[in-house]
Design a protein around this ligand. Structure first.
Ligand SMILES: *Cc1c(COP(=O)(O)O)cnc(C)c1O
Length: 360
């Protein structure tokens, strides 16, 4: 990132070519799909996917179990495309059986959107099973794999999808600033003029990049150079399987250490993706998320607030250039911070369930 590259330099164009090819390789999509990178955070490319692929007379079904699924539905509404949602609780995975019934019942649905790892809770959705159902029912599948791509296997040769989007800065461990869409070539070829947005049009972005080998609008050259390096590191680590194994080790060490302190996870281990873990807030009156956050931040560890609609919680990430020794150091910092705060018991308050209906 400390070296300036001109956006029309031969060297920069080579970097772009490498990035686009490598992303297709990671997705097992070299022969079937094209890779379209786009400036901005992850949401920009989610929005570009919805706006560029769903026609005015299309209808999107969104599988929702958290904030990112809800965001896809919001984008769809803004673009004035018909949309419906199939929502499960934030601690329950999207269900292939319900998807199948919904697709059988509503023939107007043309596209289905799923979130691979719903980062709101950290839950792993069964993308492969959802993809098989969607393909069998002849619909088009769009995947938000933002927090999973490069860390959890998703291969176009075995899991049929028309588009998957992700960004530079999650499991691929680059710096933030670009996202990318991997779109089935035969699908994108039919999308000319579909997007109501100029800058978020994936068809135009693709065509212009194919024609000139350059970006349509000023690219974040430093971010892209760093992303190229990040992809080389992903490959030399052993690709997605090796990264997945390291993240799993981090996640198991984190969850084990936190449980030993008395914390409880929102999710049972079987539903947990090795990306980010949601812990329930302790009931101890000495607990305060802000004090915990600040105590850890000044020891060099940054965590996340909770993002759930109903349960009080906070989150800790397992991804990035971290291994189990970093997790052990984070756990030591947490023990120290809890004792500074005077928190003695990390057990959460019991979950408030709605009163059972009086079924007579
Ligand atoms: C991070 C993320 C996004 C994009 O968020 P940005 O803040 O726009 O980068 C979208 N979907 C999921 C599932 C994510 O984890």
């Amino acid at each position: 990132m400390l070296r300036d590259l001109g956006s029309r330099d031969h060297e920069f164009m080579e970097i772009n070519r490498h990035i686009r090819r490598r992303l297709l390789e990671i997705a097992g999509a070299i022969d079937s799909h094209v890779c379209v990178p786009l400036q901005g955070s992850g949401t920009f490319v989610v929005e570009a996917m919805i706006g560029s692929l769903i026609p005015v007379d299309g209808k999107l079904l969104v599988m929702v179990n958290g904030a990112y699924g809800r965001r896809i539905a919001t984008i769809c509404e803004r673009y004035a495309r018909s949309c419906c949602v199939l929502e499960t609780g934030e601690d329950l995975p999207s269900d292939p059986g319900s998807l199948d019934r919904m697709l059988a019942a509503d023939l107007a649905i043309t596209h289905v959107a799923v979130v691979h790892c719903e980062t709101t809770s950290g839950i792993l959705n069964p993308v492969h099973e959802l993809a098989i159902v969607t393909a069998r029912r002849g619909r088009s599948l769009l995947v938000d794999a933002m927090s999973a791509f490069g860390g959890i296997e998703l291969d176009a040769r075995t899991t049929p999808f028309d588009a998957v989007v992700a960004s530079s800065n999650k499991c691929l461990q680059g710096v933030p600033g670009i996202g990318f869409a991997i779109v089935r070539r035969s699908v994108l070829e039919r999308c000319e003029g579909r997007s109501p947005s100029v800058s978020l049009d994936l068809f135009d972005q693709w065509r212009s990049m194919e024609a000139t080998a350059q970006w349509r609008f000023t690219p974040p050259t430093h971010v892209i150079a760093a992303f190229d390096q990040a992809l080389r590191e992903h490959a030399s680590e052993g690709g997605t399987p090796a990264r997945n194994a390291r993240y799993r080790g981090n996640c198991a060490a984190l969850v084990g250490g936190m449980r030993a302190l008395g914390f409880e996870t929102l999710l049972p281990d079987a539903l947990q993706a090795p990306i980010i873990v949601t812990f329930r807030t302790p009931a101890d009156p000495a607990w305060s998320f802000q004090a915990f956050y600040d105590g850890l931040a000044c020891k060099g560890f940054v965590i996340y607030p909770g993002k759930l609609a109903r349960v009080d919680s906070f989150r800790i990430g397992c991804i990035g250039d971290l291994d189990e020794s970093d997790i052990a150091a984070a756990l030591a910092a947490m023990r120290e911070t809890l004792s500074e705060m005077g928190v003695k018991n990390c057990t959460p308050r019991p979950v408030e369930r709605p009163a059972p209906e009086n079924v007579g």
